[in-house]
Each structure stands twice: as structure tokens, then as C-alpha cells.
Ligand binder design. Sequence first.
Ligand SMILES: [Zn+2]
Length: 278
Amino acid sequence: MRIVAPGIAVVPVRTPTLPPATHTNTYVVGEGALSVFDPASPWEDEQQRLAAALQERLDAGERIERIVLTHHHNDHVSGAEALRERFSTPERRLPVVAHPITAGLVADRIAVDEPWNDGQAVECGGRRLVGTFTPGHAPGHLVFQDADGGAMIAGDMVAGIGTILISPDDGDLGQYLDSLQALRDRAPSVLLPAHGEPLPHADALLAFYIAHRHQRSEQIRKALDQQGASTPLELAPRVYPELPPEAWPLGAAQITSHLRWMSRHGLAHPVESGRWAT
Ligand SMILES: [Zn+2]
């Protein structure tokens, strides 16, 4: 377990996540009473590695107080029930905490016991964490900021490795852009992403993320102007020239999210047979 901010440690666990990332960061917050954020791995060997790291702290006299989920995606929640089973006692069943929307989305896999709502502060072993509702990447996404130190557990709002996918299935680019701005407004001292290393210079990074999405939309608009009405898959090689053909469907999914946002702003509109035009 490695300390990444005052009172916040990390255990990266291997998960079936989106390449080039191979791991999800499980953050352990507090001293004495620990809160475990995103016990992510579905794989038993990785679940055992996380449990062993936590057991070391329990052996030193600490206890686990709760499990917290940033959002419902499988590469974030898949070790939650195993961790609960491992560390619950006959006297106390470990509670799982998440935004109510996330609770609904994982209900078939995980029983969420307590809500964590927008603006709610929770005492986590000597550190007061404030949740902010940040939909866009996922409908029930929350970030958690240390009210004293300023560090922010950022889930999949930003990435230290790879990029954030806004899927047309459960994402919304307009909400994501608003949520990035909400993060800026809270001026985190450091962003602790779910994938990759801690990200300092949070404000500059968030400004870059917002600008990058607008540039991408502009690039899609230009591509539609030049090649005429196109499907997202036809746009993918032009918008993402660096991607190998097998990744075009993923690029097309991202482009679809951009096109939906663009249509709400009068920059593109759907035409026949899955094609879009400006
Ligand atoms: Zn995610």
C-alpha cells in the first residue's frame, strides 16, 4: 500500500479495463477506520492481494468501516462483494456506499446499503470527504474531495493512463463537460484517477480536458463537411488516424457521443441510415 496524499493510500489491482490501462486504483482513506474506494478486481488472486494489504493494517489495530463505489462500471465494483464477505464479522456487515443511481445500476450484482449524495460529507477515519455528483462518464458517478487536504478521488473523470470513454450507452458528453467544470470549481490540490498515477496541476489538466473535447467536436464537424454525410464508423479512421482498425468501433462509439452533443448545439444532425451531416 503506497501513500499518495495525506491519509490516502493506493493499491492498484489488475482488472479487465480498457487498454492501455491494465489496473484500477483501489484507494484506502483514513487512519484507524478505513474506507475502501473501488475494490475493483473480479479476479480472486487480485482480490486476495488487496485483502492481504488491508489485513496488514487490521493487524496493526485498524478496522474497515465501509466500501465506497465511484460508479457502476465492472472495472470498479467487481471486488466489492468479495471484500465485504472477507471482512464482515457476525456483529457487523460491512456497508457498501454509492450514489443512489449507481446503487440501481449494480443492484443485480451488489447490494448498496447507504447512499452518498451530491454535497454530502462523510467522516473517513479522521478525514472529511465531500462527494460531488459528476455524471457524464457514468450516470451515477461521484468524486470525493478531502475537505482539509484538497486531494480528490476522481474515479473515471480523468485518467493517468489512456483516455476517458464517453460511451453512447451510458455516457453523456454534455454532462461530462459540466462535471469537468464542477471539478475545476472545487480546485483540487491533486486528482487521484482510477487508472494511472496521481495528477497534479489539476486546473490546467481539467481545462485541457474540456478544450480537447471541444476540439474533437470541431474536428468531427470538419470531417462531415469534407466527406459528406457519414456514419460514426466511417468517421473513425479520419478522426482517430492513430487507431488500428480493430479499435475503430470504440472510436465510433466516442464519435456518436460527440454527434449527440453536437446535435443539441445545432452543429450536426442525423440523416438517413445511421449517417450524420452538418
Ligand atoms: Zn468507468
